[in-house]
Design a protein around this ligand. Structure first.
Ligand code: 5GP
Length: 202
């Protein structure tokens, strides 16, 4: 495969989706891996752009049919990465962006280790995360509490990532994410060095 993978994880409300979408406007040859989920669509989300929204039964069937590269249960819902499209994009030399949780990152590492660069995005503190989730206004109090609890356990696994971005000032964090994405394209492990060396020597 000619491409590379950039995994972005972090608590919901850390700003990672906005950062990711802005970064993709600035860096060429990127492809966002659209996950499949059983959770309810939020206001402003679009089917086939943010996620593919399906029922739990359909998701379980997808697992049995081997359609997912990885899948995880997060906040009582299922989330999964479809295998077919990402293999096509990797073969086309794209940088494929995964917005997945810590469990998904671990599985992706096991399957694609050397072509992955990973970034964990979070807020400066738990209070800031709570404020952002409340202000976003898309989650019930119960869902916010689940997301906060999940964030605390995810924070314990930051060490598994290559980079940590503390999203205090959006523009500054975006600049860092753009730099990391460019750098990830030049990792020796994701370049077909043999092909390059042969053509360079001839
Ligand atoms: P949200 O409901 O806020 O969109 O996402 C909740 C969590 O699920 C986030 O941490 C997000 O990164 C994670 N997530 C989204 N898609 C996938 C996926 O395909 N696989 C895994 N493992 N996690 C995902």
């Amino acid at each position: 495969m000619k491409g590379s993978i950039l995994v972005i994880s972090g608590p919901s409300g850390s700003g990672k989706s906005s950062l990711m979408h802005e970064m993709m406007k600035r860096v060429e040859d990127t492809y966002f891996s659209i996950s499949t989920t059983t959770r309810q669509k939020r206001d402003g989300e679009t089917e086939g752009k943010d996620y593919f929204f399906i029922s739990k039964d359909e998701f379980k069937q997808g697992i049995e049919e081997g359609n997912f590269l990885e899948w995880a249960r997060v906040h009582d819902n299922y989330y999964g990465t479809s295998l077919k499209q990402i293999l096509k994009e990797l073969n086309a030399g794209k940088t494929v962006i995964f917005d997945i949780d810590v469990q998904g990152h671990k599985i992706a590492q096991e399957k694609f280790g050397n072509i992955i660069t990973s970034v964990f995005v979070t807020t400066p503190s738990q209070e800031v995360l709570k404020d952002r989730l409340v202000q976003r206004g898309t989650d019930s109090a119960e869902s916010i509490q689940k997301r906060l609890n999940n964030a605390i356990s995810e924070m314990a696994r930051v060490k598994e990532y290559d980079f940590l971005l503390i999203n205090d000032y959006f523009d500054k964090t975006l600049e860092s994410l753009v730099s990391i994405t460019y750098a990830s394209k030049h990792k020796v492990s994701s370049i077909n060095t043999q092909e390059f060396i042969s053509s360079w020597v001839d």
